[in-house]
Design a protein. Structure first.
Length: 443
C-alpha cells in the first residue's frame, strides 16, 4: 500500500484555508510528555497499559491528546463505534469533495526513519538478524515494532501513552494466530496468507532478542505479538518507509472509499474527501485491493463483506499462475453474479493442456504475445475440458468449505475468539462459489 508524498498546489491552498498548519519542525514528543489518561490496571498495580484481549480502549483520552498536540478534524468528523470495541472515524455533517478531513503534524508520527534516528544503535543487531534471514525488506516495519515496544516500556511517561492505551487489544489477523490449529478452519489460500503473516511475526520475535529492550519485554511473546499487530495494521508505506499517523490510523477500510491520505512537502499528514460525503457516513480509506477479501483478512483480521469477488482458491495451480504471470487478484469469482474472470479460464485451460506439452506451449506463446485470437480458438476448442476442470474444482471446494464449517461449529468461541470471523469469511467464499457453480451447471 503506497501513499502519495506531495500534494498538489491547489489542494495545499485549500487545506491551508481549512486548517491552521502546525509550524515547521513542531515536535510535541520533544516538548513534554502528553497528558495521560487513567492508567490501566495490570496485576493490581498502575504500571502502564493492559494489553489483555478484554481490556477497554480509552479512545476519548487519545482524542483529547491528539487535539492538544496539533491534530485537527473537520467539523462533524468524530470517533464512533457500534460495539465499543471497533472504533473508526465518521462524519455527522456533509463534507464536500476535496475538503481536508484530518490533519496530523509530522511531529506526532511514529515512523521507521524516526525510529532509526532515535533508536538506531539499540536495533542494529536485530536488523542484522533480519538481513541475514533475507528479510531486509521488513526492517522498516521492524523499526516501528521496536518503537512501539520502547514507548510501551515507558508506561504513562511515554508521550504516546494516550495513543497506545486507545489501541485494539484483540486482533484476528494472521500475526495473531498463536494456535496454528485455527488455520485448519480456513480455506487453503487464507491459511497460506495467514501463515506468512504469522511466520513474519515469529521472525520478528527472534530478532527482538537482539534489541536492547527490557528483558521482561522481549520475553513476553504476547506483548511482542501485540506490538507486531499494531505495526502491521496501523502503519502505511511512504516511499519505502513505514509511518503511523495517530488519528489518521482510525480510518477503516472500504471498497467504496470517501477519503485519501496524502503527505505535504513538510511531511505532515492530510486526509481529504475524494467525493461528496453526506452526514452520517463512515470515512474510509483503501487498505488494499478491494476485489478479494482474503489478503485483507490475513493482514488486518477483518472481513470486507462489500468486496465484489474472491480469489478462486487455485492454490494447486501456483506454478501455472507464475508461468502466466497472474496474481491472486487476477483470478476472481464474483460474489453477486457468479461471473468468472477471463484469467481463471486461461489458467484452467493451460492446466488442461499440460496433457499435451506441444499444445500447452502454443497457448503459452499466444498468451505471452497477447494473441487473443489464437487464445480464443483454444478456448472454443477445449471449452468442455476447461468447464469440467472448473466444475471439479468448485465442487471440491464447496465440499471442503462445508467440512470446515462443520468442524468450526464443534469449537467453543469463548476459547477461540477468532473463529467467528473465520466462519464469516468461509460463508462469503461459499456464497461466491455457489453462484459460480450455478452458472457453470447452466452452461
Amino acid at each position: 500500500m503506497r501513499f502519495s508524498f506531495v500534494l498538489t498546489g491547489a489542494f495545499l491552498a485549500g487545506a491551508a484555508s481549512a486548517f491552521q498548519p502546525i509550524r515547521p519542525g513542531y515536535c510535541p514528543a520533544a516538548v513534554r510528555p502528553a497528558r495521560a489518561g487513567p492508567l490501566a490496571m495490570v496485576g493490581g498495580n498502575a504500571i502502564g497499559i493492559d494489553i489483555g484481549e478484554g481490556a477497554q480502549r480509552d479512545v476519548w483520552s487519545m482524542d483529547e491528546w491528539a487535539t492538544q498536540y496539533g491534530v485537527q478534524k473537520a467539523p462533524g468528523v468524530q470517533l464512533t463505534s457500534e460495539d465499543g470495541t471497533d472504533w473508526s472515524l465518521a462524519t455527522s455533517e456533509d463534507i464536500a469533495a476535496g475538503t481536508p478531513v484530518v490533519y496530523v503534524p509530522n511531529g506526532l508520527f511514529l515512523s521507521s526513519f524516526g525510529a532509526a534516528q532515535e533508536l538506531g544503535g539499540m536495533m542494529a543487531r536485530g536488523e542484522n538478524r533480519l538481513a541475514d534471514a533475507k528479510l531486509g525488506d521488513q526492517i522498516p516495519l521492524f523499526r516501528i515494532v521496536v518503537k512501539i515496544l520502547a514507548e510501551y516500556e515507558k508506561g504513562a511517561d511515554s508521550p504516546f501513552f494516550p495513543w497506545l492505551n486507545a489501541l485494539p487489544r484483540l486482533y484476528s489477523n494472521g500475526g495473531s494466530m498463536t494456535c496454528i490449529r485455527l488455520l485448519r478452519f480456513a480455506p487453503p489460500v487464507v491459511a497460506w496468507l495467514a501463515m506468512k503473516e504469522r511466520t513474519n511475526c515469529v521472525n520478528f520475535q527472534k530478532a527482538l532478542k537482539y534489541v536492547d529492550l527490557n528483558k521482561d519485554t522481549i520475553s513476553d511473546k504476547n506483548l511482542m505479538k501485540w506490538a507486531y499487530n499494531v505495526a502491521v495494521t496501523r502503519s502505511i508505506e511512504v516511499n519505502g518507509e513505514r509511518v503511523i499517523a495517530p488519528m489518521a490510523d482510525m480510518f477503516n477500510h472500504g471498497t467504496e472509499t470517501e477519503v485519501e491520505i496524502q503527505f505535504d512537502q513538510e511531511g505532515n499528514c492530510l486526509a481529504y474527501a475524494t467525493r461528496d460525503v453526506p452526514a452520517g457516513s463512515p470515512l474510509r480509506i483503501s487498505l488494499g485491493d478491494p476485489r478479494d477479501p482474503s489478503p485483507l483478512f490475513a493482514t488486518y483480521g477483518f472481513l470486507d463483506e462489500t468486496s465484489p469477488a474472491t480469489f478462486c482458491k487455485t492454490m494447486h495451480l501456483q506454478n501455472e499462475m507464475q508461468q502466466l504471470g497472474f496474481q491472486f487478484s487476477d483470478l476472481l469469482f464474483y460474489k453477486d453474479t457468479g461471473d468468472i474472470s477471463p484469467q481463471v479460464y486461461d489458467i484452467f485451460l493451460y492446466s488442461v493442456l499440460s496433457a499435451d506439452p506441444n499444445l500447452q506451449q502454443q497457448f503459452y506463446q499466444a498468451h505471452m504475445n497477447g494473441d487473443e485470437g489464437t487464445k480464443q480458438q483454444f478456448h472454443q476448442q477445449y471449452f468442455e475440458y476447461t468447464k469440467e476442470a472448473l466444475q471439479n474444482h468448485v465442487n471440491g471446494m464447496l465440499k471442503e468449505l462445508d467440512q470446515l464449517q462443520d468442524d468450526v461449529r464443534t469449537k467453543d468461541p469463548n476459547r477461540y475468539p477468532r473463529l467467528p470471523v473465520i466462519m464469516k469469511h468461509n460463508e462469503f467464499v461459499k456464497e461466491s462459489f455457489l453462484r459460480v457453480k450455478a452458472n457453470l451447471d447452466a452452461m
